[in-house]
Every structure is written in C-alpha cells, then in structure tokens.
Design a protein around this ligand. Structure first.
Ligand SMILES: Nc1nc2c(c(=O)[nH]1)N[C@H]1C(S)=C(S)[C@@H](COP(=O)(O)O)O[C@H]1N2
Ligand SMILES: [Mo]
Length: 577
C-alpha cells in the first residue's frame, strides 16, 4: 500500500525517475523500422527517385549527342571561338594554390562528411518534407516513409525510420539526439573554417578565381558546358583561372549554398523562428527545412560532379594543384590526395560505432562545443503568435501514452479525482483539482509546435499561465528550475519528466493547457494538463502532468541531464533549436 502523502509532496514522483546507460543498448533501443526508397510527389502521384538514375543516364547520352551535333554548326563554332570558356574578364591568379587554401579544402571536405551524414540521420527521424507550416499527412512533397496508417494511433516517433550506420550517424532509428550533436558541432567547425576562408580569399587574390566579374561568365559557362558535354574538353587553365562553369558552380557553393544552409538551419529552431516575427511566419519551419534540404542536394550534386571532374580532367594535374600546390607533371600531389581520402574513409567507418558505444561522451562533447550557442539563444524572448486561419488541420501526436488502470479510471470520471501536485522549494506547497485550475485566469494563444524530429503544427491552446500558479505557491529564492513530472512513463521505462529554467516559467506564453482548438484537451495530446513553453522544442512540453517541483539543481534527478529524453536519448540540456 502507498502511504498517503502530504499535499504538495513530490517525493513519490521523484522516486519513479530512472537512471540510464551512457551508451546505446541495442536491446533497449527502438526496434528497427524499414522506410521506403525516397519518393517525390508530382501532383497527386508519387515517383520513386530511383527513376532519376535511368532518366539521368539517358539525359546524359542525349546531351553528349546533342553537344557533338551542335559543335558541327558554324554558328556554335563561332560562339565557342568568341567564348572559349574562360571569361576574358577573369584575371589571372598569381599565387597558385597556397597552403592555407589546400588545408581548408581538406578541412571543409572532412567536416562536410559528418554534416551530411548526421543531417540525413536527422531527416530520417521525420522522413517527410513539406512546403507549408503544418505537416498534414499526404501533403508532403518528399518522403522515404509509407502513408501514415489511419487504423491506429501513429505517433511521430513511430514514423522514424532506421538507417544503416555507414550512411547515417550513428545509424539505427530515432538517434537524432546524437546525430544533432555531430551535425551542430561539425557545423560550428565548418563555419569557422568557412569564415576564415572568406577572409583569406579576399585578403589575397584568390577570390578572383570564383567571383565572376562580368555577365560574360554566362556565355562562358554555356560554352564550357557544350564543350564538356561533347567530350572534347576546353583548354584547362585551372592553375591561374577557372572557366565560366567552374566560376558559377564554385560561386553558388561558397556564397549561396553555404549561407543558405546556415540561415535555414537556424530558422528551424522555435526560439529563433518565433523571434523573427513576420520573417519566421513567411519562411516558416517547414519551408526553411525544405530549403535546407535543397541546399543539401546542391552540395551532394556539387561534391559528386566535382569529384568526377577531378578524375576526368586530369587526376595528376588536379591533385598536384590542390594537394601539393605545384603545377607540373610530377606525381607529388597524388599521395597526399590518397592520404586525405584514407583519413576520411577511416573517420567514416569509425564514427557510428564509436558514437553508439560512447553516447554520453558524444553528448557532453557536443554540449561543450555548441551548448553555449544554444544558451545564448535562450536569451531570446519569442512572443510570436498566429491567427485562427493558421491553425493546422492536423497536429502529429507524439510520446508514450499513460498506461495504467488508475489513469483509465481517472479519464472515465472526467479527471474528478485528478490532482496537480506543486511543491519543492515553495512557500505554499499544495495540490490543485482540475476545477481549481480552471477557475484561475485563463489565457489563450495560437502558436507553432516545433518537435525536435522536424515536424511542426499550429494550434490554439488555452490554460492557466504558470505565473498564476507561482503567485499562489510562491517559489523560494533558491528555486532555479521547475521539474515537470508526467503521469506517463517514457519509452524506455521510468517516469517521463523535464526540467525548465525559471525564466521559462515566468514567460508570458508559458501555460498549463487544458484546451486545444476550443475543445477540451484530448488524452492523445496530454489531458488533463500539458505544458506549453513556446521558446522550446516539443519534447520539453510534458504531457499528462502529475506534479511540478521547484528545485535548485537537477543533477540528482534521473540520469542528471535535465529530462527524460535528455537522459535516455542523449538530447542533453539546452535545446531551443
Ligand atoms: N509525458 C510525455 N510528454 C511528452 C512526450 C512524452 O513522450 N511523454 N513527448 C513530447 C514530445 S517529443 C512532443 S513533440 C510533444 C507532442 O505533443 P502532441 O502529441 O500534443 O503533438 O509532447 C511532448 N510531451
Ligand atoms: Mo518531439
């Protein structure tokens, strides 16, 4: 028998928290789930992207035949004579390929490997892309997952698909906590490398290679494309000047794709998107996410095309340029190129197994590297709200449902016996009935929900502001965090919980919601009470709230990381993006 507890005592909730492993245990982790090959929707029909392979092969053959036929035409011959490929306005770069440029080229390639693979892993957690803010099933334009089943509850976590460890980092399914640490940490290093690259480009004459100076670059690029396609390549002056096609593709990669990726990455975070006001509303999370994906496609296209061109236009000469900094007939660059590739292959094979074995270390290292940036973003004070017409027709459900007969009987009697326990470091610990909660001032807000997995949706929430609760219970001076205990367990056993800073609790948009879209909150979405905290990701908004405890620190709770997913899925503390 449970002995009756005093009103406002949170001991029994705390006792159900569970510590966890510091590595990914395969027999505890989510069972594998196959996705499908990527599909793109055109109109009402889905097309397997594998069709692009034969189509592209056929297209290439046609392009070669067409380019060869074109080059027979006197007018095209005259055009190529006039625009041989390198724009007349392109100045000669005198400094060759200096050591910093060669080093940065390698560093860039090395970090890109982590960024791309971890990015694919993050995408696999919600393997669907949309062009609008809500994520209503069937409206996506790209996916590698089947239709959403309609005969059962299908949560966003159910939707995550398995990736092999050689492709994603770290592979498996729903491992985005870990892939995000890799993605963000590598992003930071890649961005620092990129900023240094910009500075050095413009501090030397190297920028002249890749910044086209006049519109002459366009005919030059067309001419180069025809010459390459005809398999009769243009004269290569890569040591001093790039042709039009090179200039355009390098320019797009360095000055468009890279900044677009960074900006659309940040814009997917709730704290930033909500802070940007109209910009965050127009370029909403799903548009940002889709554009982020398109720029990823550009990088994959660029890296493949660039790799092929290095081989077909002269491997020896190209590797001499980029890996030895010499322009001669020797083999001096090739060994360095081979070594660079070997380093990348070894890192490629190492990273996933290492991450699964040392998950907590990866989390802590990631927190050390980029946690401070996330901390800075927490200073943002997002207040962005939307209108009735923005409300999504569908909001993905997520999480592990309560699974106890006590909860079922509470639902049956309409939460008559439900009590919200509020205690810890407060002057007046107490229990609230749902009637008492509903009698407190009511606040409504229309806001976007941002799940860490990538989906979002807009709903109208109504409930009691946390500040009203705090006026009654009066947290003490020492209280630095509020712990939300759920009635439900987490996916891996032990009670679901999450920890919030006091700033979040005082925020004007932080409410305990009991209604959604003008109807009583459903059990699926967290009845009787669920948290709304609009500058954080969805996993921090505990559903089916049982108790709130004010504490000084959270190190002693669960595995000490500040919440259930922080503990079990290696999300770590601080996740406003
Ligand atoms: N108790 C509990 N609360 C939870 C979860 C959970 O697993 N258990 N999942 C979280 C996650 S990951 C998200 S995205 C939101 C989803 O809220 P919704 O189902 O209303 O969309 O609930 C959060 N609250
Ligand atoms: Mo989530």
């Amino acid at each position: 028998m449970d002995k009756p507890t005093e009103p406002g005592s949170t001991d029994k909730f705390r006792a159900d928290l569970q510590s966890t492993d510091d590595r990914v245990r395969l027999n505890h982790w989510l069972p594998p789930r196959e996705g499908i090959l990527p599909h793109i929707r055109i109109g009402a029909r889905w097309f397997n992207v594998m069709w692009f392979l034969p189509i592209a092969a056929f297209g290439l053959m046609v392009a070669v035949a067409a380019a060869q036929a074109l080059r027979e035409l006197p007018s095209v011959q005259a055009f190529i004579e006039l625009h041989p490929g390198i724009a007349q306005s392109a100045p000669s770069v005198e400094s060759g390929f200096p050591w910093w440029l060669r080093l940065q080229h390698f560093v860039n390639m090395f970090f890109m490997m982590f960024i791309i693979r971890a990015g694919i892993q993050i995408l696999a957690d919600h393997p669907r892309l949309y062009w609008h803010r809500d994520c209503t099933p069937g409206t996506e334009w790209f996916r590698f997952q089947k239709d959403v089943p309609t005969d059962r509850i299908w949560t966003a976590k159910d939707d995550a698909v398995t990736l092999p460890g050689w492709l994603g980092i770290p592979g498996l399914r729903h491992t985005l906590g870990l892939s995000r640490w890799w993605h963000f940490s590598a992003n930071l290093l890649w961005t620092i490398n990129g900023i240094l690259f910009y500075v050095l480009l413009f501090a030397t004459d190297q920028w002249q290679r890749i910044v086209p100076l006049t519109s002459e670059v366009f005919p030059a690029a067309i001419s180069t494309a025809i010459q390459y396609a005809s398999l009769n390549f243009p004269v290569d002056e890569g040591w001093t000047r790039y042709n039009g096609l090179q200039q355009l593709t390098y320019f797009i990669t360095v000055f468009i794709a890279a900044p677009v990726s960074i900006i659309t990455g940040f814009m997917q975070g709730p704290a930033i998107s909500n802070r940007l006001g109209w910009l965050g509303r127009v370029l909403d999370r799903q548009k940002a996410r889709s554009i982020h994906f398109v720029s990823f496609l550009w990088f994959v296209f660029f890296i493949s095309a660039h790799g092929v061109m290095v081989f077909v236009t002269g491997l020896r000469q190209n590797t001499n340029h980029m890996f030895a900094g010499v322009d001669d007939e020797s083999w001096s660059g090739f060994p360095f190129f081979a070594m660079a590739m070997a380093v990348i292959v070894v890192a490629w094979l190492w990273v996933s197994p290492f991450t699964l074995r040392n998950a907590r270390l990866v989390q802590r290292t990631g927190q050390f590297m980029v946690g401070w940036i996330k901390g800075l973003i927490e200073w943002f004070d997002p207040r962005s709200q939307l209108t009735e017409k923005d409300i999504s027709p569908y909001l993905w459900p997520n999480g592990t449902m309560p699974n106890s007969s006590e909860f079922d009987s509470m639902v049956a009697e309409n939460f008559e016996s439900y009590r919200l326990t509020v205690g810890g470091l407060v002057e007046h610990a107490q229990d609230f009935s749902l009637q008492e909660i509903k009698a407190l001032p009511r606040q409504e807000q229309i806001t976007t929900h941002f799940c860490i997995q990538g989906w979002s949706g807009v709903a109208k929430w109504a409930g009691v502001p946390m500040r009203e609760i705090m006026t009654i219970v009066k947290p003490k001076q020492e209280a630095r965090y509020a712990v939300f205990y759920s009635i439900a367990e987490g996916g891996d056993g032990g009670r679901y919980y999450d920890v919030h800073k006091m700033d979040n609790m005082r925020h004007e948009l932080t409410i305990l919601a009991y209604a959604m879209n003008d109807t009583p909150l459903t059990v699926l979405h967290g009845a009787p009470l669920r948290l709304r905290c609009e500058n954080e990701l969805g996993f921090k908004m505990v559903k089916w709230i049982a108790a709130i405890e004010f504490v000084e620190d959270f190190k002693h709770l669960g595995a000490g990381q500040g919440g259930y997913n922080e503990d079990h899925e290696f999300y770590g503390y601080r996740m406003p993006i």
